[in-house]
Design a protein around this ligand. Sequence first.
Ligand code: ZN
Length: 729
Amino acid sequence: MDPISQAEAAAEYNPAIPEGTGYFASDSTLPFHAPDFARISEDDYIPAFEQGMEIQLAEVQAIIDNPAAPDFENTIVALEKSGAMLGRVASVFFQLTGTNTTDKLDEINTEISPRLSAHFDSITLNPELFARVKAVYDNRAAMTMTVEDARLLENTYRDMVQAGALLSEAEREQVKAINTQLSTLTTEFGQLARDAMADQPLIVDTREELAGLSDSDIQAAAALAAEKGHEGKYAIALQNTTQQPLLPVLENRATREKLFRLSHDRADGTYAVDTRDLIARIALLRAEKAALFGKPDWASYTMYDRMAKEPATALGFMEQMVPALAATQRREAAMLNEAIAADGGDFTVQPWDWYRYANKIKAEQYDLDEDAVMEYFVLENVLEDGIFHMAKELYGLTFERRTDLPVYHPDVWVYTVFEEDGSELGLFYFDPFQRPSKRGGAWMGNFVDQSHMTGNKPVIYNVLNIPKAPDGEVQLVSFDWVNTAFHEFGHAVHGMFADQRYESLSGTATARDFVEYPSQVHEMWATWPSVLSNYAKHYETGETIPAEMIERIEAAAKFNQGYDFGEVVEAALLDMKWHALSPDEARALVGNPEAVDAFERRSLTDLGLEIDLVPPRYRSTYFNHIFSSPAGYSAGYYSYLWTEMLDRDSREWFRQNGGLTRANGQHYRDTVLSRGGTMDYFEMFENFAGRQPDVQPMLEARGLTGSGEEAADSEVSDGELPAGSVEGS
Ligand SMILES: [Zn+2]
């Protein structure tokens, strides 16, 4: 086609895009396009998903068929705009399956999830679409673009390259074959790890062996034994972590050792299940896939969009903590040995004794009564006088409860959020209570993403799982949940202050090793004195919580970090070591289970860690986060530690600059909270703090420097992230 007729064809180009029907076909007509739950029925979802996919495929085809030469607007922006209806149905559907599900919704989820991933693969791996994206990308040096445009272009191109768009046909076939094998092997791993946990409870013959357990725990143990075919005996089910929650209360040391060994040695060939060869094969397939993309190892392949970017950065970050951590582990063990001797014990501490004695020392030293603490935390005060007060002091925000918008459950509260100048910023939904239809944990997400292109303001929800008080009783909240509520609200402001043109870069759409950082920072305000005195008031007397009570909570949270923090660092190191293997190194472990054992041990002991005293939170053979799905959290478990470094360093900045002030809040909003995923994260941090992140405040907070007298709490999520939401504690 000559240039003139091409221009004419482009001008006349008017592709036919099918129109959707039903509720999700267009934006909600409620304020802020809030979901109109009163008008949505369960029967709407499947047709809306199907139409949404069909429309997006037509939109993608229209980009490909466009007779005009590919440019940023007609290719990259057009692709960003595609799939609006699909986005609308997905954002409502996946929030409801998490918070208020039904059998029907679960069925739809099972049916639609694989279809959705196939749908997105068919776009990401479309060679004609990639040809246009690449043409725009290759011309980028000649284009004038905003920083955000440049980021969108780079992400679009990079995600397609990461999926295999630049590979030859033969290589793409190899990737597909590896993906299929990975899917099979990781599913098998997940099932075996589950079997090893579920099928091997501790069985004991007598009640005496379980001395220390409560009557209800004993009853549950008898019921489980009967269920497992051991009528008249007692059974204790294993939990997913290496440490087991009942170990501290079990008085019989032999029972403790049995329970611990069942947990620690599960799936490593000691009992019926052995996943050692499976994980070696998974590691090999991942290394081979990375090699097809020209990367030395899986971590290098998979970390392309992270803040840390390179495995060496994450490894170096963790390894520098090890000497102080190992010293803390040895010091804590010595302290526990003293406690054991004082108790008349003639043994030295083992992992199965650790928490029993650590908890005793903790109770004596800190004298914490969680029920007494709770009496100062009334849910409505925590939200409206604590969290909203913090938001006003830092950001000038105000909140107005509204009851005119439909909600998906009567226990959901809705607020309009206003800027300091009185203009509307967005909507905030707060869903605090545990219920059977809600999954565990806490998270944040968007019903509507902020975007200057669509003109939409953010509609955001926070979900918690606070046990609901009986009718007529004051709703009190544990201190852990108070902290989590501040954390989730940190995600919420990250979403509310989004100031992006494109949804895919908006708000919390940031790297996995960055997204938990703003939320963690907001936990600091839960115990900030002027915030506390505004909300932490006794439910009967109205007295403010005594400062010394908070000091004891904070001091107690710094206790036992050699173990609490150590087991997490060890798991994160194991994850990274497995995924820094070259294909040859991984191949040497296949078919050689003893070599797998040795590799795991060496990975940690070579660094000087005391893994016989403090084993990793998950051993490789049952590390579901990294081995139970094709990618999962592989080469990503360090993220919790990494964001904690950013968090602790930022707290230091706030303290040095006057703490809870409007100016500090504005600075944080301008440099971090309003930036979404539009720029390099190191640069973002430097804009905020005036320097690169420093690990020192985290080490100090954890007691991993100097005498190691101090240490602090940690947050670790045990679940994988659901699509489109941000997980908390
Ligand atoms: Zn979080």
